[in-house]
Ligand binder design. Sequence first.
Ligand SMILES: Nc1ncnc2c1ncn2[C@@H]1O[C@H](COP(=O)(O)OP(=O)(O)OP(=O)(O)O)[C@@H](O)[C@H]1O
Length: 291
Amino acid sequence: MTPDLMEEGARRAAAKSGAAKTGSTESGGREAGFSRVHTPGEVDVAHGRILYLEDVHVSFDGFKAINGLSLDIAPGELRCIIGPNGAGKTTMMDIITGKTRPNTGKVFFGSTIDLLRHNEPQIAQLGIGRKFQKPTVFEKLSVFENLELALKMDKRVKSSMLHKLDSAQSDKLAEMLHTIHLTDSVSRMAGNLSHGQKQWLEIGMLLMQDPKLLLLDEPVAGMTDEETARTAELFLTLKGKHSLMVVEHDMSFIETISEIVTVLCDGSVLAQGTLDQVQADERVIEVYLGR
Ligand SMILES: Nc1ncnc2c1ncn2[C@@H]1O[C@H](COP(=O)(O)OP(=O)(O)OP(=O)(O)O)[C@@H](O)[C@H]1O
């Protein structure tokens, strides 16, 4: 199929699906990223969603940690997730990445990949990356070696650990160093980086594997104000190229990066909208923001 035909097909699908979805989804019928064209071998996002959760339930010994959770994310979207401690944010990420299996519900990557049929390594391979709160880099290796290793660990890239990077890979690595503000630290041992730099390095390592969806758990916790501001810049440059789900408690950071904010509470979506909208929501003020 030619690119023209594919584009035409995507436009038709957009028109058809756009008519059907009149704000009935959790995302309020957003069209963000909808014009992106689906190409063979890619996650099918023709319906405007890269991630789709419907009525998901998880109980731990009878305690309902996730309780009827439904939400969807558009391709290229940067979604912020906030909510009080114990709201189910980590458990939601565990479900998406295959670490925790829900009791019931649907979890789809694009419109065709049922994530509940895949295990953790397969889900990573499909293009869902996850960044835990604590940075995990190879402390005794240099910044360059960490990124190089991440590239070589990408099973989609045909290269062995001993293989030298080709020019495209070298360019990619140089570009990544620039993106994560570590060009000047390329030879430094990762263990000697600041906390914020370690976080950027780990994000860079994930990005080397071209994730389609990146889940980030409290990425700016423990960062200085300057590092937080740089991280916000970084995320804004990633938006559009990747889909991002960011769990954070730092409201000024959320304010800088957010488009749509989802508030989780007691295992389901309490509110969703712009930061202004959710901040004005009485229920959100009650359970999370305080009076
Ligand atoms: N493996 C488990 N066994 C029992 N209970 C669990 C388990 N994992 C999570 N929970 C409980 O489920 C609820 C949701 O936890 P979760 O860690 O997902 O919340 P959270 O929103 O990420 O909180 P925080 O902001 O504190 O990280 C909590 O009450 C937690 O104690």
